[in-house]
Each structure stands twice: as structure tokens, then as C-alpha cells.
Design a protein around this ligand. Sequence first.
Ligand code: SF4
Length: 394
Amino acid sequence: MSTVELPLLPLGKGKDLSAERGVECPGDLPASSDPDLVARARAAKEALGERVFVLGHHYQRDEVIQFADVTGDSFKLARDAAARPEAEYIVFCGVHFMAESADILTSPSQKVILPDLAAGCSMADMARLGQVEDAWDALADAGVQDQVVPITYMNSSADIKAFCGRNGGAVCTSSNADAALEWAFEQKQDIDGGAKIFFFPDQHLGRNTAVLKMGLSLEDCVVWNPLKLNGGLTVDQLRDAKMILWKGHCSVHGRFTPEVIDELRAKDPEINILVHPECTYEVVTKADLVGSTEFIIKTIEAAPSGSSWAIGTELNLVKRLADAHPDKNIAFLEKTVCFCSTMNRIDLPHLVWALESLVAGTEVNVIEVDADTKREADVALQRMLDLPGKSHRD
Ligand code: SF4
């Protein structure tokens, strides 16, 4: 039995869910109070049969996850979609960049649908193509661009992946970021001044990987602030740096604090702290275990009965893990609610609306990446797939 009380407010209880709801849906969005929503979703899915394949990211709500044909992280889901060419429609219950990745990896005849177009990712939005291109020009002006390999986290828009593809860079996930960095440093190892990596959009994953896995120092890392002239950095700072980190972060994982870890350990010295590498360096260095969502799930599945865990990742996933493992003490590593508000925009009314529209012959919210962007992003994704010895999951 669970003895550590979950310090969380379960979704749907004591919270106005409509506050986070996207509204940009043409046609009639069913009322969230409709008692037939579950039956309607089931009927629409049955009517579509093999023509539809529903993907559910680990951070999605339970009400949506119950209709997913497969669950996983963003890259696994995109590959799962690519492995189902008979499915005419891929309904992606996740956020915009994930639907783009699915469109890049699936065949041209398949259409990817995002049930709510307002489901973006605040981290992906922190690196826009124009900003990245300006920064790239500034690196040329500083005389260091030739030394730099751009690496983007999977959690970025398709045009940023394409930027990396056409500039000799690659994509990475939180599972293979170290292999991607190693590969990138090798690409320019013989160049005067040594190799540098420009990493976006998540400064924390970049720093944690560089320092904790690659043996670089914190002083080797500088932060490029796109809102400041020349990123807020001097030419000397750029020349000395090995990692140029984009000033971006995840609004969910960035909220965990080392103070809460101290408090939990003071209450329960046996507690295991398990966090995602999008958390800050201070949190990650205090944790017992660090890894991707898949790593977190597998760690909890393999944990002995009675063991105690505080998990620093998205709330929907932690809540689901706590429900699935009542023999383990699972707590959320934050005192306040900390779900991904954009992930939560995909709710049952939007899913019903998307599925019923397809049944009626209307394609809604189709996510389509243009051919050039697709081709260049695919180059960066392929470089990631060619990295040695990693599972490529985020
Ligand atoms: S959890 Fe963070 S990285 Fe993931 S979709 Fe939400 S804001 Fe983006």
C-alpha cells in the first residue's frame, strides 16, 4: 500500500479544466459534460477501423490515453506511425512538434491529425527559425561558425530540425544526447580552435549531458540568449566555449527544485529521487537516477514492492505510474500541480471531434510539413538514427 501521500491535485478535481482548453476548432466541439463522450469516441474509432491509428504520448490525460493504439515518447510514436502504412490517418495525441515528426517519418499518403491546434510546446517555441538563423550569422561574424555543429533536441519544430540537417548537424533525444554530442565533437575535431556544439532548444538537457556525461565543465558552457544582442555573449566567450546552449527550457521540468529533494529526503531517507534530464543541473545532480520517460517507466516497473520514489517528470505520467503500482510509494517531486498545460489541451472532446469529423469525411487539423523542410529535417533525423549503440528514445 502507498504510504507517501501524493502531493498533487489530480486533474479534473478542484481545477477548472476549461481554462487550459484550446478553442480553435471549426465546427461543433462536443461539450465536456456530454456523458456519451467515451461511447462516441469508441464508436468513431470502430467506424474508422484500420484507417485510423491513434498515438498517445506518455504525458497525455487518462481520458485520452484509453483510446491510444500505442503509447510512448515522441520519437517512438513517430516510428510506430511509420510502421503502420495501412493507416490512412494518424491521430497524434501529443503536441505540435511531435505531429510534425510523425508527418516527416510517415508516407506521403498518410495524414497526421492533431486534435487541438493549440497543443504546442513552450520549449519548442523558445527557438524560432529566424532567431536561430540570426544566431548562426552572429557565430560567423565572431569567426567561430566553422567550428560549430548544431544539435537540436527532438522537442523542436520541423524547421529547426531542417536547419540542423542543412548545416551539418543532427537531432537527438534525451536517451542519445551523449552519443549525438560525441558524434558532433568528432565532426570538427581537427579544426583550428576545436569543435563547438550549438545545442537547442533545451539548455538543461544540453548542460546536463555535456557536464555529467561528457566530462565537460560548467565553464565550458555558455548560454545564448536570443533576446539579447549577440546572444548576450562576447566574442571571447564564444571562442572559449565548447557548448553554446540556447536559452530554452521545459516549463514543466524546469519547476522542480533541489529544496524539495532535501525536504523529501529529510522526511524519508530511503526515498529514491528519479528525474528527467530536462530538469535543472542543480536538481539532476541531487537526484539518484536520471533518465528519459521510458527509463523512468522501466525503473518504476522494476522497483521492489515497498520502495519509495519521488519522480520529477510530467504529472499525468507520475499519476498513472502511482495508480499502476500501488505496492510502491510513489510521490510527485513538487508541491504544486505541474502538468504540461499544452499536452492537456488534447482532451476527450477534441479527440471525439477529430474522430467524428473523419467518420463524416472531413479531415481536420492536418499537420503537414513542406517538402523541403521534410527533406532537410529527415537528414538530421537520419544522422541521429546512424548514431552507434543507442535506443533513440526520449
Ligand atoms: S512537457 Fe515540456 S517539453 Fe514536453 S511538451 Fe510540455 S512544455 Fe514541451
